[in-house]
Structures are given as C-alpha cells and as structure tokens.
Ligand binder design. Structure first.
Ligand SMILES: [Zn+2]
Length: 213
C-alpha cells in the first residue's frame, strides 16, 4: 500500500510518517488510499491514456500542471493543487519530472513520446526477464513490446526486482552499454535506477546469471 503524503516545512513533500532528512512529522497532505488512487490516474494519464481524461501531452511527454489538475478535478471533487504537486514531488520511484508549470512521466510510456534525457554513463546495464523470453532476446535483441522504450536497470539488484514481479525464476541479462553507445545506439539515463533505449541488438547482450536466489 502507498505511504501517505506529508509536507516538511523545511524539506518539502515526503512519503511516510516522518521527514527522512530531519525527522519532523510535518503536516498531513493526503492519506494512503487517496495517494494510491491519485497516483494510478496521474501516472496512467501521463504514460498511457491522456485522451481519456482530456489531457494534452506534447511530443516530449510534457503536460501542463494546471491542465492536469483541472482534468483530475472533474474526477476527484476533493482534489487540491497541493495533493497533485505533493504526489509528483514526493514520488519515491522518480516517476515524474516537473519543470516550471509542466510535468511529465520519466519512463514507462506506451504513448508515442520522444524523451530527451542525458546519455547513460554506465558501461554495463542489466535487464531481468523470464527463461522463455531470455532465449528470444538473445537471438532477436531487446525491443519494446507495449512500451515506447526498453527499460534497462542500472544495477543487477534492480533488474532482479523488476523481473521478480513477472517470474519466479528471473534470468538476468547483461547489456554492454559502453560498446552499444560507441556504435551510436542512444541509451538515455531516465532516473537513478532506469535507462531507456529503443532497441538493443543481440551482440551487446549476455546472460549473467541463470540462478537467482
Ligand atoms: Zn524535514
């Protein structure tokens, strides 16, 4: 379940009962249930179904914060701007990027956007998958299926977590990002944990582990 949103006078919005930086309880902004529901519709609107709530998202994925707020207000009569801004700014998975009066999802889009993050700097990235899919990926490469980009993990640990959501026996693939980028494949750094790419050909992919505890 989601953590509630609170706001520390000094450090801004945070999730949970206490500000992680100073231990202050801050002031209450939004409870667990509403944080969960609002989060689903905000991330869904920015990633998958802006039309469904009448929201305009530009080609780089940006939407107006005001426009998003007004679209949400029609669905959630209780919503105040602090709920939306608090949700965006306190997200613990780096789901959102806010710039001035605009907001976008950082990753996981199915709508056709062209994101413009800085290039990845890590020489190795990881991708967690299932046994069945691993064979296919090793022969055909990595390509997005429903999503706009392939999501690579910056650490082995994160790739295990990502794959474990879909399979009991994750297979971890190692991506030679340094070589791929030398060959002009554009890999972007989206968050502290995620890199995005349109496609990785098989020659840059190896199995690192077939056994994960
Ligand atoms: Zn604080």
């Amino acid at each position: 379940m989601e953590k509630p949103i609170r706001r520390c006078e000094e450090h801004g919005y945070f999730r949970g009962e206490r500000c992680q930086r100073c231990g202050s309880e801050g002031t209450f902004i939004l409870g667990r249930e509403k944080t969960y529901r609002l989060g689903r519709v905000v991330s869904g609107s920015l990633r998958h179904f802006p039309d469904e709530i009448g929201l305009k998202v530009d080609s780089s994925g940006w939407a107006g914060v005001d426009a998003l707020f007004h679209a949400l207000e029609k669905r959630y009569g209780w919503i105040k701007m602090r709920h939306l801004v608090g949700l965006i700014k306190s997200d613990e998975k780096g789901r959102y990027e806010m710039s001035g009066s605009k907001v976008r999802a950082r990753y996981a889009h199915s709508i056709n956007v062209n994101l413009d993050y800085p290039p990845n700097k890590l020489s190795t990235l990881y991708y967690g998958t299932s046994e069945e899919e691993a064979d296919m990926i090793l022969s055909a490469g990595l390509k997005p299926i429903k999503q706009r980009y392939v999501h690579l993990s910056k650490t082995y640990k994160k790739s295990v977590e990502a794959a474990s959501a879909h399979t009991d026996r994750p297979i971890i693939l190692k991506i030679d990002a340094g070589e791929a980028q030398k060959d002009e494949i554009e890999i972007m750094s989206a968050t502290d944990e995620i890199a995005l790419v349109e496609e990785i050909p098989p020659k840059y992919i190896k199995i690192v582990s077939a056994k994960v505890a």
